[in-house]
Write a protein that binds this ligand. Structure first.
Ligand SMILES: NC(=O)c1ccc[n+]([C@@H]2O[C@H](COP(=O)([O-])OP(=O)(O)OC[C@H]3O[C@@H](n4cnc5c(N)ncnc54)[C@H](OP(=O)(O)O)[C@@H]3O)[C@@H](O)[C@H]2O)c1
Length: 322
């Protein structure tokens, strides 16, 4: 069974914050602004929206998918891709349990899922759990509840196995989501994941491409720091980021861009599709300015050189497999 090809935009929009109070300070009064973000992205050709069935805290669980479903209503299905991630919770260990999760997501989204992704690899703690879940992804496509399959937080070894398993069921892996930004280049520098993805025809989607907002330049070593769970992490990282923030600022100024636009353009130049999270229309507008121009080889090399020398970079996702 051939899955439909996705016409990848150069950039997407992440929606983790849409419903998450704990980390991102969401409140429902933001909804009209989030709708404006959605509509603005579509106007700018940013047609991929990434969500997850675990997004939304407490009683707001599933809020991000619901909001996307509401916002997409009235737009032709082909005008945007709604990509969700199904979490491999410990109680999901049969194909049927994943199919049910996918059905619930499709219901919240109000339409079949354009890209259904396994949120993380279970290789580090329950490798046996992965195959039935891959089977569940395949069944969602066979039942036309989903159009294409993607993976997330898989390294080259597990990607190769998953690709082979799905191929035997006639399903191709369309995409791989990894944490990737100037401050987190490791997933593509510590292995030949990029070459493997190219060979397998897998699109690399870069999540947290602004390193949770660190690369926007609005958080500085001397403050301000964000509230909530990011506060501790930023306090640990920011003091050592001075050279990078300075270089980002210098490139941005020379180009008439902002640090966020430079950081996102860096992801695009590294052949990935960044999905920056946006909580406001102004952020979405700024982020869209990462497109339509290119950092040159010298600028890329200079930024890479500075990052290589940093004593601390972003922590890796503990679920990222080998
Ligand atoms: N597969 C996975 O395991 C996984 C993991 C994490 C994320 N993701 C996906 O990737 C998406 C993006 O990652 P992320 O949301 O973690 O981090 P991110 O894109 O690196 O940072 C997003 C945050 O930065 C701030 N921001 C964004 N644009 C800005 C701008 N132009 N100026 C100033 N601040 C700006 C906003 O927060 P403040 O305004 O509060 O600073 C925003 O919520 C998520 O929404 C999610 O869809 C996937």
């Amino acid at each position: 069974m051939e899955t439909a090809p996705i016409h990848w935009p150069q950039m997407g929009c992440g929606t983790w914050a849409w419903g998450n109070q704990l980390l991102w300070g969401y409140n429902p009064q933001m909804d009209s602004e989030l709708r404006a973000v959605f509509e603005y992205c579509l106007q700018r050709g940013i047609t991929l929206f990434d969500t997850g069935d675990s997004y939304g805290t407490g009683r707001l669980q599933g809020r991000s998918e619901r909001l996307l479903g509401e916002f997409a209503q009235g737009f032709p299905q082909q005008s945007c891709y709604l990509a969700t991630k199904l979490a491999p919770y410990p109680w999901r260990w049969t194909p049927q349990s994943l199919v049910q999760a996918g059905e619930a997501s499709a219901q919240r989204l109000g339409r079949p899922i354009d890209l259904v992704q396994l949120h993380w690899s279970t290789a580090n703690y329950a490798p046996w759990q992965e195959r039935p879940l891959l089977e569940g992804l395949a069944q969602l496509c066979q039942q036309r509840r989903a159009t294409a399959v993607g993976l997330s937080n898989f390294g080259p070894r597990r990607l190769t196995l998953a690709h082979q398993y799905l191929k035997e069921r006639g399903i191709s892996v369309a995409s791989l989501q990894i944490q990737y930004s100037l401050l987190c280049p490791e997933p593509l520098t510590h292995s030949d994941l990029r070459g493997l993805c190219r060979d397998l025809g897998v699109k690399i989607i870069a999540y947290s491409p602004l390193t949770l907002g660190l690369l926007t330049g609005k958080y500085q070593p001397e403050g301000p720091y964000p509230p909530g769970l990011r506060n501790l992490l930023f306090r640990r990282l920011l003091p050592s980021l001075k050279p990078l923030l300075a270089a980002l600022g210098a490139v941005a100024q020379a180009r008439g861009k902002t640090p966020a636009q430079v950081a996102l353009n860096w992801c695009v130049q590294k052949d990935t599709l960044p999905i920056p999270g946006a909580k406001t229309l102004a952020q979405a507008q700024e982020n869209s300015g990462a497109l339509g121009w290119s950092l040159d080889a010298g600028e890329l090399a200079e930024l890479d050189r500075i990052v290589e020398r940093l004593p601390r970079r972003m922590v890796q996702n503990i679920f990222q497999s080998r």
